[in-house]
Structures are given as C-alpha cells and as structure tokens.
Design a binder for this molecule. Sequence first.
Ligand SMILES: Cc1cc2nc3c(=O)[nH]c(=O)nc-3n(C[C@H](O)[C@H](O)[C@H](O)COP(=O)(O)OP(=O)(O)OC[C@H]3O[C@@H](n4cnc5c(N)ncnc54)[C@H](O)[C@@H]3O)c2cc1C
Length: 288
Amino acid sequence: MYIKDILKTDKNTFSFEIFPPKVTSKIDSVLHTAQTLSKYQPDFISVTYGAGGGTSKNTAKIASFIENGCQIPALAHVTCVSSTKEEIATVLDHLKLMGIQNILALRGDIPEGKIEFPNPLHYKYATDLMKEIKTRGDFCIGGACYPEGHPESTSKEADIEHLKRKEDMGCDFLITQMFFDNEMFYRFIDKTQKYGLAIPAIPGIMPVINAKQIQRSCKLSGATLTRKFQRMIDKYQHNPDAMRQAGIAYATEQITDLFSNDVRGIHLYTMNNPDIAAAIKQNISYLY
Ligand SMILES: Cc1cc2nc3c(=O)[nH]c(=O)nc-3n(C[C@H](O)[C@H](O)[C@H](O)COP(=O)(O)OP(=O)(O)OC[C@H]3O[C@@H](n4cnc5c(N)ncnc54)[C@H](O)[C@@H]3O)c2cc1C
C-alpha cells in the first residue's frame, strides 16, 4: 500500500524505523526485530540504507520481508551520493522486483575525502533522485526534512526552498530528523506552510536510552539538546535502568504533546529495540 494513501485517511499514524545489520550474517536478527515490531500493527516500517551502499541488498531484503512476510507497508530508504546513476537504477529495479512500493529518497551524507562531490556520474541532491524515481511512475516517494535546518544549508529559508523543490519533484511526504524540542517542529511547520508546502511532514522521534547513543546521534544529525533533556542525561546516564525509563518518558511526553497539537502521525526511531517501541506504543495507545 502507498504511504501517501494511508496519510490521506482520517486516522493518525504510528510507524517505526529500523536499520539493517552491518554484516549480512546478522540479518536474521533484524528480520526477527521486524517481525516483532509488526505485531504492534504500525502503519508502516522504514528500513535505512548505508551511505556507502554496502547494505542496499539488506535494505531491500528486510523491506521485502516487512511488505510481503509481515503484511505491513515497507518504506525502503535509498541514498544516492555514493552510488552511480547506473547503480541506483539497479537498486530501484531490485526494489520494484521485491514488491516495494514506497521509497524514502535521500542524498546521504557525503563521506569525507572518499568520493568526488559533485560527480557527473552521481545524482547531486535528493531531488535529482526523486526525479529519476518519478520517471518510473509506480513508487510513492518520501523525503527527509530538518526542523533545525540541514547542517550544510546556508539558511533555514534556503532549506525550506529546497523542500518545496522536493514537493514539486513528486515527493509525497516528509519525515523529520530527530528533535527534542517540539516548539522547533511547530515553528518549522509554520514556516513550511507559509512557504506553500502542502505535503505532510511526519515528526521522527528518537527515544534516547543511553548517553553514548545521544552523543553520536546529535553529532550526526546536528539536533540541539534542550536544557531539560541534557539535565535528564546528566542525572541518569550512569544508571541504565533509570536512563531507559527516563528516555521512554521523555519520548512519550514529546509524542503526547504532538498529538495534542493535532499532529497526525509519528515515526519512531526504534534503534532496532522492539521493547522500547512496545513501551512507548503502550504509553500512547489511546492517543492516536
Ligand atoms: C528521516 C531521515 C532518514 C534518513 N535516512 C538515512 C539513511 O537511510 N541512510 C543515510 O545514509 N542517511 C539517512 N539520513 C541522513 C541524510 O542522508 C543526510 O541528512 C544527508 O546529509 C542529506 O540528505 P537529504 O536527502 O536531506 O539531502 P538533500 O535534500 O539533497 O539536501 C542536502 C543539502 O543540500 C541542500 N540542497 C538541496 N537541494 C539543493 C539545490 N538544488 N541547490 C543547493 N542546495 C540544495 C539542502 O538544503 C541540504 O543542505 C536520513 C535523514 C532523515 C531526516
């Protein structure tokens, strides 16, 4: 099923993100995670894609298992910066063959010093990839957005201008980078609406259950830590049980506030941890 059609219905949505294993030999454990998550009846499950392209086959395999084995709509991420246009064409053909209908089209982070950027043999921006996917006609396309602005962008305004290009290129919906202050998300949505963006942006929520994870995630994403959030980490980082409980509570509070403000869907970064997803789902089961 196309995610754009799910988003057009009256119901609020709840969806998950998982990532493929670094080594193919560990794929069974991720398939098991996907199966466990599917029991919570998410509206869709997304599967990330390694920027180096190394896990593209695993992304397709896991997405196909979700779509065909678990009967849950799968959203396969595809990044373009590290692959040639020819390689991307093969990836898209493969996804189609596996029955995948939804693609999150991304540029990917530029691996420092490892590739020539821009490179005429590669797509430069996510919009270029979207344009290519659109020519194939039969995929629903999602894109990434950044409530705090993309780390490379010259201004938040320029970033939103580029998002509008995504919509013009046939992008059907957006999923946000993680954020820890909902006000940033509300301000971002206000700006996109003023700019005339009509496609929905689903907030991506990251339950933080250990301090190391957050340092790495913030470094990669550029997400700002709020004072409230930082205090929670400072207080509980050396007590894993307390940190886990506090992280779940923080994510639950964020989601409750988002639904209270009429946000229509949530995408949960599960970090392949079904127990955390289950705990949050349980906490919000009557809210959406
Ligand atoms: C929901 C979500 C899922 C993600 N999943 C993955 C994943 O699976 N694998 C992975 O490797 N990474 C993933 N990422 C990270 C993402 O690949 C990086 O943030 C990357 O740096 C940007 O990708 P993008 O698709 O947003 O790029 P783009 O939309 O191409 O934007 C990149 C930068 O270029 C600017 N820009 C865009 N178009 C133009 C233009 N025409 N002219 C000038 N500037 C322009 C933008 O403002 C931005 O600063 C994800 C991010 C999010 C938010």
